[in-house]
Design a binder for this molecule. Structure first.
Ligand code: NAP
Length: 253
């Protein structure tokens, strides 16, 4: 199982201070990686760094708003300076839809989602590719969503970003494969996190959505540890351009 060992590898997880990103960060550190977490909230950054640091590898948490190009560029430089290099980048930071009817949606609301979920991913991956190309290796991973497969009423902008990032990684896989850079997406189903905990355990979701999950439960952040380790590791050396669905079987029903 040496192929899954992440010793001497450095992984960056945007949105790694909470939810799915924190589940990934814990898994990566548990497999031996040094981990860098980006997020806006200083307190959450600090507590995530403390928790991930318990695995004994190096952990750095930086305050970064991925919707700000200058901050992304500066933070990527700081990340490389502190860690020496970066092997895997998980562009996971994301914000959810506010539930606005499409015909009432403001341009500001549309751009709020695109700024983080699409442009934030663009800037993060652009800096990553600039770093990885001369090194001749790297793994890019983006967090997509089942909303790219299913109609998402009142969340069309969110779904458009999650479909958009799948198209983005397909292009990156083709353009940068010759430099040893792989690009994949993870598409989670319904996971209990800061984005969903306000409604996911309510009566309507429990009675209507949960029964549609063949594995019978909501996802939890630690359900994303294994797939993160796989995609950061040499075990996935020939795996690129793919979207991997991790949803307890929801999409199949
Ligand atoms: P979460 O618990 O709310 O985590 C979101 C993370 O993104 C936090 O760490 C947050 O940290 C960070 N973030 C948000 N805006 C940011 C910004 N502008 N700059 C930097 N960091 C930012 O939600 P989650 O469910 O784990 O979401 C993680 C990803 O999974 C998202 O891309 C989401 O769309 C996707 N997803 C979630 C589900 C689900 O059911 N939960 C399903 C499919 C896909 P700060 O607030 O400190 O910045």
């Amino acid at each position: 199982m040496d192929a899954f060992n992440l010793t001497d590898k450095v992984a960056l997880v945007t949105g790694g201070n909470n939810g799915i990103g924190l589940g990934m960060a814990e898994g990566l550190a548990g497999a031996g990686a040094d981990v860098v977490i980006w997020g806006r909230n200083a307190e959450r950054n600090e507590s995530a760094a403390e928790s991930v640091g318990r695995h004994g590898t190096r952990v750095l948490a930086l305050r970064v708003d991925v919707a700000d190009e200058a901050q992304v560029v500066e933070a990527f430089g700081e990340t490389v300076e502190a860690m020496g290099h970066v092997d895997a980048v998980f562009a996971n930071a994301g914000v959810g839809a506010a539930g606005t009817r499409f015909d009432e949606m403001t341009t500001d609301e549309w751009r709020r989602i695109f700024g983080v979920n699409m442009e934030g991913v663009f800037w993060t991956f652009r800096e990553a590719v600039r770093h990885m190309k001369p090194r001749g290796s790297g793994s890019l991973v983006v967090t997509s969503s089942l909303s790219a497969d299913l109609g998402f009423s009142r969340g069309e902008h969110y779904a458009a970003t999650k479909a958009g990032v799948r198209a983005l990684i397909q292009g990156l896989a083709v353009e940068y494969g010759k430099y040893g850079i792989r690009a994949n997406a993870i598409s989670p189903g319904w996971v209990v996190t800061g984005m969903t905990d306000a409604f996911i355990e309510g009566d309507q979701f429990e009675s209507v959505v949960k029964p549609r999950i063949p594995l019978g439960r909501w996802g939890h952040p630690d359900d994303f540890a294994g797939i993160a380790v796989y995609l950061a590791s040499d075990a996935s050396a020939w795996h690129t351009g793919d979207t991997i669905t991790v949803d307890g079987g929801f999409l199949q029903r």
